[in-house]
Design a protein around this ligand. Structure first.
Ligand code: ATP
Length: 280
């Protein structure tokens, strides 16, 4: 049995949430990590790819209000608030890298925390719904979260985020450290959540599998976006294939390098497939 209901989710958005970001800047104290990012998460599933340290987690943390941000962020045309609880209220939820569950609390206690902004009656209604959406969690409702496997904990973290009934769900490397079968199930679940109406913005290192479930993708390197396009085309582009999918045994270290070469090699699949944003 799957961890989630294959026929959809009852909690979440109506399929129209659209995030538009322009000039996003963020960092840690004097260290600026992101510089002037422009991108959007349209209804469906958008994935942000990139190597370690590129700034992917920083991007999601900035959008979730966990660190200060600069630039314009519009959710359905309305400026996104800056404080985390206001962002959650506006309809955006983050499943952070590493899940951040409370290990000494039960599954249902962890889930209830996801509905912290809702009044008690609404929270209880959502708990019933989320346990319908994630039937395997119903069987585990009284288990301590810390005693679950990595994949099971990831499911709890996603279900907890759905307790805020988000219009837009951000997932930070949901497949990190999981066995291949669990990776497939997590990514299929992200797809289902998007299909059921919650816009999904996902950061992933598992490039091939992430592009297989996504609608659109962006490649982030050293704090800047270097490529973007429909997922189907991005996975065929020279840029992504050389840098992330091991298409050629070259000493490629980045999509930006691959893009520069793509320009000079006139490869038939090069820039035609995806937009090269800024490989200067
Ligand atoms: P990974 O896949 O390894 O998580 P990432 O693309 O998510 O990489 P970030 O975690 O966003 O990258 O890190 C981007 C940069 O910001 C890195 O150089 C990192 O060292 C730095 N950084 C991250 N967190 C902090 C922090 N709390 N204080 C200072 N610098 C930080």
């Amino acid at each position: 049995m799957m961890w989630y209901r294959p026929d959809g989710f009852t909690l979440g958005g109506n399929g129209r949430a659209h995030l538009k970001v322009d000039g996003l800047a963020a960092g840690y104290g004097p260290v600026q990590v992101l510089r002037g990012l422009r991108f959007e998460a349209r209804p469906g599933l958008t994935v942000i790819l990139g190597p370690n340290g590129a700034g992917k987690t920083t991007l999601l943390r900035a959008l979730a209000g966990l660190i200060p941000r600069g630039g314009e962020v519009l959710l359905d045309g309305e400026e996104l608030p800056e404080k985390t609880h206001e962002i959650v209220r506006a309809g955006m939820a983050l499943v952070a890298e590493g899940r951040q569950l409370f290990p000494q609390m039960t599954v249902s206690e962890n889930l209830e925390l996801g509905g912290w902004l809702a009044p008690k009656a609404e929270r209880e209604r959502r708990l019933v719904q989320v346990l319908q959406d994630f039937p395997k969690l119903r069987e585990r409702a009284t288990q301590l979260a810390g005693t679950m496997s990595g994949g099971e904990q990831q499911m709890v973290a996603v279900a907890r985020a759905m307790m805020s009934a988000p219009r837009l769900l951000m997932l930070d490397e949901p497949s990190l450290g999981l066995a291949p079968r669990m990776v497939d199930e997590l990514l299929a679940m992200a797809r289902r959540i998007a299909d059921a109406g919650t816009t999904v913005l996902m950061v992933e290192q598992n490039v091939k599998k992430a592009l297989a479930v996504a609608d659109r993708g962006y490649v982030l390197e050293r704090g800047a976006l270097v490529a973007s396009g429909p997922a189907r085309l991005l996975s065929r582009s020279t840029v992504v294939r050389e840098a992330y999918l091991g298409a050629q045994a070259q000493d490629t270290t980045s999509a930006a390098d691959a893009a520069r070469r793509g320009r000079t090699q006139a490869s038939p699949t090069a820039a035609a497939a995806a937009t090269i944003v800024a490989p200067s």
